[in-house]
Write a protein that binds this ligand. Structure first.
Ligand code: HEC
Ligand code: HEC
Ligand code: HEC
Ligand code: HEC
Ligand code: HEC
Ligand code: HEC
Length: 230
């Protein structure tokens, strides 16, 4: 029987080479700031609550989601990474203001800096309307570890979490969350197996341990020692 994790990613945590994959989001973030300043200068509204009629222009993530939802509905003809996402995705836009969400530490990014599968997203958004039911999880795309590793260096985060004792099993074996034993099965583990982005995360350490237990059900970080399995 194959033992699967509670939720899985599709991409290996690619130590090393992935760090170069996404080396330019800083400039994109600067452009986003410039764009919002231009929007303010043009009188399009930059204060919270002053732009209830969201348009398809402007800086992603700004604006007042509740107000936007109440205003006239918007139907997309052409989705691009520059489309104002907050018109429709108010939950994710609001998560940027919530200190309990990791998204609040990433406000200088544009949404599409992490949601990089623009081909699939453009297809998925054909005819999308603000009246549609908004997704509560990713179904057709992923945010791969390579995106995260474009900014977070694997060796650096491993060094920072070297003293972390959250991942200790019943026998006292302690594992660094960013330096898991390099086994075949662990190769499928991705950043978002432990870290959430738009969802409040108040106990990351407990969430991380719970994730290990989805496979290490006996609270012992071993396999094949108590019984055989394939
Ligand atoms: C007019 C409303 C609207 C706008 C504007 C909009 N979206 Fe969406 N989005 C939707 C709807 C509706 C869905 C669900 C589509 C479906 O599953 O059929 C969706 C789905 C998604 C998903 C889920 C993908 C998956 O893997 O299933 C992501 C991510 C997403 N949008 C990101 C964005 C980003 C980033 C922007 C801005 C650049 C944006 N959206 C702008 C309506 C919108
Ligand atoms: C464009 C660059 C960029 C990308 C992409 C990015 N981050 Fe970040 N991240 C940052 C910055 C900047 C900070 C805030 C400064 C810091 O603490 O490192 C941060 C902070 C964090 C923190 C909190 C750090 C702390 O000290 O508490 C976590 C956790 C995190 N990011 C995880 C992720 C994950 C998971 C992904 C991928 C889904 C990701 N990041 C993608 C730049 C990025
Ligand atoms: C097995 C669960 C798990 C996975 C997978 C994971 N993290 Fe973490 N991460 C944690 C925990 C737990 C902490 C808190 C560490 C501490 O308290 O010292 C953390 C902390 C962080 C921090 C804050 C700095 C630090 O190292 O303490 C960043 C940034 C971060 N993670 C990014 C990432 C990125 C990027 C990935 C994917 C390459 C990733 N994490 C994969 C569990 C995980
Ligand atoms: C730092 C990377 C990052 C940024 C920036 C980011 N997202 Fe996400 N997004 C994720 C990750 C990772 C997930 C997977 C679910 C999770 O872990 O919370 C996700 C999930 C989603 C989903 C699926 C529903 C859900 O909440 O799980 C939508 C829709 C979405 N994001 C839209 C947006 C919009 C709109 C913005 C800009 C306001 C944005 N994202 C900015 C990383 C990011
Ligand atoms: C998807 C299932 C799965 C998840 C999730 C998982 N493991 Fe494992 N782990 C295994 C399997 C299976 C093995 C045995 C080696 C193999 O076949 O890959 C193993 C082996 C180990 C070992 C022994 C390694 C060795 O070299 O003998 C340790 C330690 C370990 N895991 C720690 C963890 C920790 C800590 C977590 C949580 C971050 C975790 N594992 C999450 C499946 C998993
Ligand atoms: C400390 C001993 C111990 C370790 C280590 C252990 N198991 Fe188990 N496992 C058990 C026991 C006892 C049972 C039977 C009782 C139960 O279901 O809890 C079991 C049952 C199972 C079953 C159900 C088997 C069936 O035929 O129904 C699976 C699947 C399984 N283990 C997978 C794993 C995997 C994968 C690992 C490593 C990630 C692992 N086990 C590590 C003790 C262990």
């Amino acid at each position: 029987m194959k033992f699967m994790p509670r939720k899985g990613g599709t991409m290996k945590v690619n130590r090393g080479e992935a760090a170069v994959a996404h080396a330019m989001p800083k400039r994109a973030a600067l452009l986003a700031v410039c764009a919002s300043m231009l929007a303010c200068a043009a009188g399009l509204g930059c204060l919270q609550g002053c732009a209830p009629q969201a348009t398809s222009e402007g800086a992603s993530g700004s604006g007042q989601p509740q107000a936007a939802a109440a205003s006239a509905s918007v139907t997309l003809t052409d989705w691009t990474p520059e489309t104002d996402c907050s018109t429709c995705h108010s939950t994710e836009a609001t998560s940027r203001q919530d200190a309990a969400c990791t998204a609040s530490l990433h406000t200088s990014l544009q949404c599409a800096d992490c949601h990089t599968d623009t081909t699939t997203l453009a297809k998925q958004h054909e005819g999308a309307s603000s009246d549609d039911r908004m997704p509560s999880r990713l179904k057709q795309t992923t945010v791969d570890s390579s995106v995260c590793l474009g900014c977070h260096d694997q060796d650096e985060i491993a060094a920072e979490s070297a003293a972390c004792t959250a991942l200790a099993d019943a026998e006292g074996t302690t594992v660094n969350p960013h330096q898991l034993p390099d086994t075949e099965t662990h190769g499928q583990i991705v950043c978002t197996d432990c870290h959430t982005m738009h969802e409040e995360q108040t106990d990351l350490q407990a969430d991380a341990k719970a994730y290990c237990l989805t496979c290490h059900h006996a609270d012992v970080f071993e396999c094949y020692t108590c019984h055989e399995h394939s």
